[in-house]
Design a protein around this ligand. Structure first.
Ligand SMILES: Cc1cc2nc3c(=O)[nH]c(=O)nc-3n(C[C@H](O)[C@H](O)[C@H](O)COP(=O)(O)OP(=O)(O)OC[C@H]3O[C@@H](n4cnc5c(N)ncnc54)[C@H](O)[C@@H]3O)c2cc1C
Length: 205
């Protein structure tokens, strides 16, 4: 599961959407069969054993093969996750990428550009008691959303603001280690806050 769960299943599959975890594939890799309504109105059943090439292509097809009308997905019983977020120096992460990537079932890290600071996030299945993230209007809404959005907007006119802006927000909001335990989707998903332009790259590890 990625950072939102508002998508349709058809959209999720067709864009190759993904979450994180070294032992996990993209969301499409959990699909075992699907039906496509093709341009000539036929229904094409696809799986590893039936129309295999189309099935493989449909895993990231942006709708060009037809409309996905039914999907069979592998599932597992609902689970909780314990997530630990830790401030770490970027050089430490890059120098020990194997160790970090394998340190949790689900791992990701964020770098704060123009600084040497980063945050690691690792989540594992747990039976521990729920300990959801504590919400704070001042931290989450005022500082972490509205003020940040305003200052980022200002930095699009004055780019030289960005280094100190990123360092300031790292120090203010991400410099301490936090641990939460919650239902899986609440841990995987996070508020993407405001409108943003995103470019996604894949780099060999
Ligand atoms: C705030 C935000 C956070 C996100 N976070 C992540 C993330 O963490 N990880 C990640 O991988 N992605 C992420 N995404 C991307 C998101 O998963 C994709 O944009 C997804 O496609 C959205 O699904 P949708 O139902 O809105 O599809 P749409 O945007 O409606 O469609 C996307 C594509 O799929 C095709 N399509 C849709 N339905 C079907 C169908 N039934 N049959 C055939 N083709 C179809 C459309 O033609 C189109 O090409 C994020 C997006 C947003 C807006």
């Amino acid at each position: 599961m990625g950072s939102i769960s508002d998508q349709t299943v058809g959209g999720l599959i067709s864009t190759g959407s993904h979450g994180t975890g070294i032992a996990y594939g993209i969301s499409s890799s959990e699909v075992t069969a699907l039906d496509l309504v093709t341009a000539d109105g036929r229904v094409l059943s696809c799986s590893e054993t039936q129309n295999r090439e189309v099935f493989r292509a449909a895993a990231c097809s942006l709708g060009v093969l037809g409309i996905i009308s039914t999907v069979t997905i592998k599932v597992e019983p609902a689970f909780n996750l314990e997530a630990v977020q830790t401030p770490v120096k970027l050089d430490d992460i890059l120098g020990n990428l194997d160790k970090f990537v394998n340190s949790a079932e689900h791992f990701r890290f964020w770098w704060f550009p123009y600084t040497d600071d980063a945050v690691t996030w690792g989540a594992n299945r747990t039976d521990k008691k729920l300990a959801p993230a504590q919400e704070s209007w001042l931290r989450d809404k005022f500082l972490g959303h509205h003020l940040l959005e305003t200052l980022l907007y200002a930095s699009s006119f004055v780019p030289s603001l960005l280094p100190s802006l990123n360092q300031g927000f790292f120090n203010l909001l991400f410099a301490t280690k936090t641990t939460t335990v919650d239902t899986s989707y609440k841990v995987f998903n996070f508020d993407c806050l405001f409108k943003q332009y995103v470019s996604e790259w894949a780099i060999p590890m």
